[in-house]
Design a protein. Structure first.
Length: 124
């Protein structure tokens, strides 16, 4: 390991181990509130599902066939990803005759994707 890299690693850690007991005791039990939230991020961490979700922020509702064409896949693949998004509580669907239309479950999903997109553009 080069000296520059070693110095960089050393700078991002504490030189001694100590902690603020009051802060730790107050915050530690609260971190369990996020249990299950990782599943939302897991669903959105797949590039195809994120593209689908983003497409659903651009258009209120899309047919499975529309989604398949947007992401360049078969309808079976699109349907699989949409079903997973629905099962994760991120999307909802309605059937109209032989067509199935998907939309985002609620405004929170729209906000998650929009904020992530804004954040990624800020870093560029």
């Amino acid at each position: 390991m080069s000296d520059t890299l070693l110095k960089k690693v050393e700078k991002d850690t504490c030189d001694s181990f100590c902690f603020d007991e009051e802060k730790v005791n107050r915050i530690k039990p609260r971190v369990e509130e996020v249990a299950g939230v990782e599943m939302i991020f897991k669903a959105l961490s797949d590039a195809t599902r994120l593209k689908i979700t983003y497409a659903l922020t651009l258009e209120e509702e899309l047919c499975v066939c529309d989604v398949a064409n947007i992401i360049g896949s078969t309808t079976a693949t699109a349907s699989h990803h949409l079903r997973l998004l629905r099962n994760m509580g991120l999307a909802k669907y309605r059937k109209e005759g032989k067509l199935v239309f998907y939309s985002l479950k609620d405004e929170h999903v729209y906000q998650l994707v929009s904020i992530a997109l804004i954040h990624s553009k800020e870093g560029a």
